[in-house]
Design a protein around this ligand. Structure first.
Ligand SMILES: [Ca+2]
Ligand SMILES: [Ca+2]
Ligand SMILES: [Ca+2]
Length: 173
């Protein structure tokens, strides 16, 4: 009996154990990478939602209208002359409809700092009057309700998050 030889593995034994190991490991690798992919997609939705909420909160912090007692006509919703989101006071966006038509791609902080880490996202805003009876219906005249729609898209528009809020004008004409 050759003791040295009986303690070692034969080439065939080594090959068989490599194959068995591969059969055990490969399915785990598959599960692991699909887990990472799903986590990435979910994380992107969370980020998209946060970017939308941040902008919505910023818009809602503005007054209802440039002059809440003399509302802007529907066809003039948008920033007033020389107003800019990233300007400093007194020319910054000061009412909710200044954000009508606003687009940032990539998203920018309110001070104009580009959020480079989220450069695959873009945001757009629509502000329009809606009827008192049904917020789904866009009004052709001024009403005490403006519907703000913030849409965040990523992956070349394949994915998106939409937030809607309808602030009311508390100053009655
Ligand atoms: Ca304004
Ligand atoms: Ca103003
Ligand atoms: Ca305005």
């Amino acid at each position: 009996m050759d003791i040295k030889n009986s303690k070692g593995f034969t080439l065939v034994e080594i090959l068989i154990s490599v194959v068995i190991l591969a059969m055990v490991i490969v399915p785990f690798i598959g599960v692991f990478t699909s887990g990472i992919k799903a986590g990435g997609a979910a994380q992107k939705i969370v980020i998209g939602n946060n970017l939308a909420q941040d902008l919505m909160e910023e818009i809602l912090s503005r007054q209802f209208d440039e002059d809440p007692s003399d509302l802007t006509p529907p066809d003039q919703l948008g920033p007033e002359l020389n107003e800019d989101r990233t300007n400093m006071s007194p020319n910054d966006f000061d009412d909710v409809d200044d954000y009508n038509g606003y687009v940032d791609a990539p998203p920018e902080e309110v001070d104009g700092t580009v959020m480079n880490e989220y450069d695959e996202y873009s945001r757009s805003v629509t502000v329009e009057y809606v009827t008192e009876d049904d917020f789904n219906i866009v009004a052709t005249e001024t009403t005490p309700f403006k519907r703000i729609t913030v849409i965040v898209t990523w992956e070349a528009g394949q994915q998106n998050v939409t937030l809607m809020t309808v602030p009311a004008n508390y100053v009655r004409e």
